[in-house]
Design a binder for this molecule. Structure first.
Ligand code: HEM
Length: 520
């Protein structure tokens, strides 16, 4: 009798191995889509998605892909997954007329309801986008300037408390005791507060307590303390390692919990859903008590004429999550990078200061948006940083329609996963000469700007392009102008900003000495 069990177990094992290993190998040689003509990004990429998962654990996936694309316009990065490395692919994959839709990668992390960011179906997306787009329109975004000014004022108060005396004449490096600030931490607290105020009229008090500790709430109503940024980043980090293998994502996620490092990562990420839920419930209670507030939540609940949208509660929670998720870390990454780059390019920092100083009064604390929104060099500095290191550098996965699609003059069969990184797009030397150089001047000539803009895709492009563009420029413009007007900065010698690419980049600490400028 035991022999039968052994035989059955051996049979099951053989079937399992056949399914997981042998079938993909047969499929690779059978090659129904003709993908073997494309170079593999890694030796086994035609057979399994695991090499791409491995690449995701290495640090900066998009940068590595860019290097690999130098000799190959199209790379096979998984059995059914092609990466494009020439700029013409941007329009074909992401442009307004693309037949491609978001790939099933987005469905891997669906909750009970889809939201604006992860919905795949075109009609469902159009309905969601229409509901939210008036709130995101430039006129409305600018209406929220007072919210951005409020949070910037609170950031200034916190930074003032970290100020030290100016560097001595001739001193180029800060003393260790003067490095009082992790700028990246504070700018994250700023963007979390800003998006929660804009989206939900909520103030979390993070800039006052200097930490990301908030309340999380389970579906049964019980609450517990949680870390906002840590749970958001850990979720993003853990998901980004395995999500590229659509077939085995859930298995790999479970298996990874056997490794202490990943188990801890998933655990740290657990409160994220409950953090969002608490924010949504708190705002709903205010809505139900009749408070009239000017924020995104109001657009979710009612249309412009004040008629109820009658969304299911699960969808409301999902949309709240999408906005506060998409709207904070991206802007924090941009603001961290641009300051880091400017500190390393003092001549541009000086030019920016002169431009900002020429429009702000010496004692003005928070830069009024009206005064700084059209400063050309300020915008050039921001755009050049977004070009050089896009906060979302990643190849955003799209899926060709069943009948296939023409990409980069190649016919790509249906239901294929396709992508191009903005990191590569921004390095096309024909469009952006000397692409590795930080050169804000390339944005100063209007004709040149017009020529580059179609290929400048930090916010992606087309129907699925970023809706929060106006809001992030509002935040970035006000904050950067305020900071360079009021402070001077120095970072330790030999220190380098750390980056890990999850879906967006996750930035390391930015240790800094900060002091008030004499004239401000
Ligand atoms: C520097 C800042 C930002 C960058 C670099 C950025 C980048 C992007 C990118 C690349 C996408 C496309 C993602 C994809 O196809 O998977 C996107 C979509 C989106 N972003 Fe942003 N974003 C930024 C700020 C914001 C802000 C502040 C908000 C909200 C207030 C926001 C809300 C959204 C939403 C809702 C979508 C989904 C749009 C749709 O699918 O219709 N983003 N963003």
């Amino acid at each position: 009798m035991p022999g039968i069990y052994v035989l059955a177990a051996a049979g099951a094992l053989a079937l399992g191995v056949g399914y997981v290993v042998i079938l993909p190998i047969i499929h690779y040689f059978y090659d129904p889509k003709g993908f073997r003509k494309y170079p593999n990004f890694a030796p086994l990429a035609g057979i399994t998605d695991l090499p791409y998962c491995y690449l995701s654990s290495c640090g900066y996936r998009s940068k590595d892909l860019y290097e690999a694309h130098k000799n190959a316009p199209i790379l096979r990065i998984g059995p059914n997954n092609l990466s494009f490395g020439r700029i013409g692919a941007v329009k074909d994959i992401y442009g307004h007329n693309t037949p491609c839709i978001k790939d099933i990668k987005y469905a891997m992390t669906w909750g009970s309801h889809t939201h604006l960011f992860d919905v795949i179906d075109k009609a469902d997306h159009a309905a969601k986008r229409k509901r939210m787009s008036s709130a995101f329109a430039i006129k409305n975004s600018e209406r929220w300037e007072h919210k951005v000014a409020n949070v910037t004022g609170r950031l200034v108060k916190a930074l003032d408390a970290h100020c030290t005396l100016p560097l001595l004449p001739g001193q180029t490096e800060p003393q260790a005791a003067d490095v009082t600030l992790d700028y990246n931490k504070w700018i994250n607290l700023f963007t979390i507060e800003a998006i929660n105020l804009i989206a939900l009229s909520s103030t979390l008090g993070l800039l006052e307590k200097g930490s990301d500790e908030v309340t999380a709430q389970r579906k049964d109503g019980t609450t517990y303390p949680a870390r906002y940024r840590k749970s958001q980043d850990s979720t993003a980090h853990a998901q980004s390692l395995f999500v590229w293998d659509y077939k085995y994502f859930h298995w790999l996620s479970r298996l990874s919990k056997l490794v202490p490092k990943y188990r801890q990562m998933w655990k740290d990420g657990e409160p994220w859903g409950d953090v969002i839920y608490h924010q949504a419930v708190t705002r709903l209670q205010r809505y139900q008590s009749g408070e009239k507030l000017d924020d995104f939540f109001s657009s979710l609940m009612e249309d412009k004429a004040g008629h109820p949208n009658n969304l299911e509660w699960g969808e409301i929670v999902a949309e709240v999550g999408a906005i506060i998720n998409a709207g904070a870390d991206t802007t924090a990454i941009a603001l961290t990078q641009v300051l880091d780059i400017l500190i390393r390019h003092p001549k541009y920092l000086q030019r920016l200061r002169e431009e900002v100083d020429s429009t702000l009064d010496a004692d003005e604390v928070v830069a009024p948006y009206d005064k700084v929104k059209n400063l050309p060099f300020l915008r050039a500095c921001l755009d050049e940083a977004l070009r050089l290191i896009p906060p979302t550098s990643a190849g955003l996965p799209r899926r060709t329609p069943p009948e296939g699609a023409q990409i980069l003059n190649e016919w790509i069969p249906g239901d294929t996963s396709v992508s191009m990184t903005s990191y590569s797009a921004h390095r096309d030397p024909e469009i952006f000469p000397v692409p590795e150089e930080y050169n804000p001047d390339r944005w100063m000539d209007l004709d040149n700007r017009k020529r580059m803009e179609p290929y400048f895709v930090p916010f992606s492009t087309g129907a699925r392009g970023c809706l929060g563009r106006n809001i992030t420029y509002l935040e970035q413009t006000v904050v950067l102008a305020t900071l360079v007007h009021r402070y001077d900065f120095a970072v330790p010698a030999n220190w380098k900003l750390g980056r890990f690419e999850a879906f967006n980049l996750i930035m390391g600490e930015m240790p800094m000495k900060i002091w008030r400028r004499e004239k401000a």
